[in-house]
Design a protein around this ligand. Structure first.
Ligand code: SF4
Ligand code: SF4
Length: 247
């Protein structure tokens, strides 16, 4: 991710083609995913009972492979292991992940917006304007903020002109359908309604895993926390899987 979002010198073209950087990112994520899976496995191994079968009263149990997802009969001590694991993942472990997220977001305070205006000039969403308005109507705060300032570009050509490099990057790397927007309150590269800008603007960028315009000064924050963010994402995905299987 670090190479991928390289912003050391924003005017200097990247020496590695985007697609190669994307491959690096995927390889990195695979490694990090394994790291996350191993760490969770060792955490839950702490609750695994040692040789409970010798004291077991369940007759004719033929279970040989006793892993966390095995279906155990009632009364089996390994069922208790599964229950403890679920409690741990929903409680202590979830809090750990929340703390990790907070640490990532706190680090953002070390960086400042350089006021390039790129995030106001070209914003993207997986939703169309109509869909966003519907979501806003149903109470979705993010969508409500979004449609309060952004309007759709008339054409992709217009969006591309606003920031060709960012447009190209999004086209290559975002798999979902993408809709392009701009904020008419950006004037002479400055927010003309700064005091009343919504939270979506104040909090930008709110996710260290999202693509940012290459000039955005918060790319440095993304780079700093990239390993931590990917590890957090992997752990979050893995525990959801555990919870579904054990719940
Ligand atoms: S309201 Fe201001 S900060 Fe928010 S997108 Fe528009 S110009 Fe940018
Ligand atoms: S793209 Fe980043 S640096 Fe540029 S105005 Fe937006 S937040 Fe600030």
């Amino acid at each position: 991710m670090e190479n991928f979002f390289n912003t050391g010198d924003t005017n200097k073209p990247s020496e590695t083609p985007l697609i190669n950087q994307y491959d690096d990112l995927r390889d990195n994520y695979k490694q990090i995913f394994l790291e996350a899976a191993n760490s969770i496995r060792s955490e839950i191994a702490k609750f695994k009972p040692e040789n409970p079968c010798t004291l077991c009263s369940v007759n004719n149990c033929k279970i040989e492979k006793k892993d966390i997802f095995t279906i155990f009969p009632s009364g089996c001590a390994y069922k208790d292991w599964q229950a403890k694991t679920l409690t741990f993942l929903n409680g202590e472990y979830k809090q750990k992940l929340k703390n990790s997220y907070k640490m990532i977001m706190d680090k953002k305070c070390n960086y400042e917006c350089s006021k390039c205006g790129d995030c106001c000039r070209l914003a993207v969403s997986e939703y169309s304007y109509e869909q966003l308005k519907q979501r806003a109507f149903r109470g979705d705060k993010y969508s409500k903020d979004f449609v309060s300032v952004f309007v759709p570009y008339k054409s992709e050509e217009d969006a591309k002109k606003a920031n060709p490099k960012y447009f190209e990057m999004l086209g290559e790397l975002v798999e979902d359908r993408t809709y392009y927007y701009y904020c008419p309150r950006l004037q002479n590269n400055l927010c003309s309604d700064y005091e009343h800008r919504p939270d979506i603007c104040k909090d930008f960028p709110h996710n260290p895993l999202k693509l940012l315009p290459s000039r955005c000064s918060f790319n440095e924050w993304k780079n700093e926390v990239s390993h931590q963010s990917m590890l957090l994402k992997a752990k979050t995905d893995i525990i959801e899987f555990y919870k579904q299987r054990l719940g």
